[in-house]
Design a protein around this ligand. Structure first.
Ligand code: ZN
Ligand code: ZN
Length: 257
């Protein structure tokens, strides 16, 4: 059994295909999924997906790139969202200097607010980082993110960044990117990260793994991420499934199988 630790099932392209998405999960032995919040506005829809499916949970948070809400989230607001029993994590949050340019003080402040909320409710963080390694680690350190831990999702950084995050109690989650031919350095990281620190995800509807690259992604495809990691490490896919599933339930303690 595989678990997709990060997907966006409230996005229209997946919501519209609900039944076939669930059917492929079953066919590919993807037993559970964590659907991730990206805006305050869309949170009720994210939560509704988790409420409608016994094998799904959700997070509460605002993506670092998102600017559709009419105000910045407050710690109190995030705590209110996170109080729901189906909410097992805070995020996705973090820093993204790829799509947006400075001044990004608001983005760093938003990240700090999420870390404070996570510490206040004791739920782990789902962290997104792109072109912002140094600041991401610095803010995690300054705000004491290690106290709750979490996951560096859709990991594309170096081994040094993975090590720094693991030292702060974080798991490393690999997406379909690890299956891409040109992701040479990332494949090395996927070989080196201890199995007991690893999660797998799709980040669907984006980033479909090989052999579906360029197509609409979905949670059922997380199986291909696991297969590729197993191949890289020279172990069985069952071992990858077993470890990443156990890790999921250890990290997201609010999720019960
Ligand atoms: Zn992300
Ligand atoms: Zn995401």
């Amino acid at each position: 059994m595989f678990i997709d630790s990060h997907c966006h099932l409230d996005f229209p392209e997946l919501l519209a295909e609900r039944e076939s998405v669930l059917a492929l999960m079953r066919a590919n032995q993807v037993s559970h999924a964590l659907t991730i919040s990206t805006t305050l506005k869309s949170f009720p829809a994210v939560r509704a997906v988790a409420e409608a499916n016994a094998n799904m949970w959700c997070s509460a948070g605002v993506h670092p790139d998102e600017q559709v809400d009419d105000h910045e989230p407050t710690v109190e607001e995030l705590l209110e969202m996170a109080a729901h029993p189906k909410v097992v994590a805070i995020g996705e949050t973090g820093l993204d200097y790829y799509r947006l340019v400075e001044p990004l003080d608001w983005q760093r402040e938003r990240f700090r607010i999420h870390i404070r909320a996570a510490k206040a409710c004791g739920k782990p963080l789902v962290i997104h980082t792109r072109n912002a390694q140094a600041d991401t680690l610095r803010l995690m350190q300054e705000e004491g993110a290690a106290e709750v831990g979490g996951v560096m999702h859709c990991f594309t950084e170096s081994q040094a960044i993975a090590d720094a995050a693991m030292a702060m109690n974080f798991y490393i989650s690999f997406s379909g990117i690890v299956t891409f031919k040109n992701a040479k350095e990332l494949k090395e990281v996927a070989k080196a990260v201890p199995l007991e620190r690893m999660l797998i995800e799709t980040d669907s509807p984006y980033l479909a793994p090989m052999p579906y690259r360029g197509k609409r992604n979905q949670p059922g495809y997380v199986k291909h991420v696991a297969e590729h990691i197993a191949e890289l490490r020279g172990i069985s896919v069952e071992d990858v499934a077993k470890a990443t599933t156990a890790n999921f339930f250890r990290l997201f303690a609010g999720a019960k199988a």
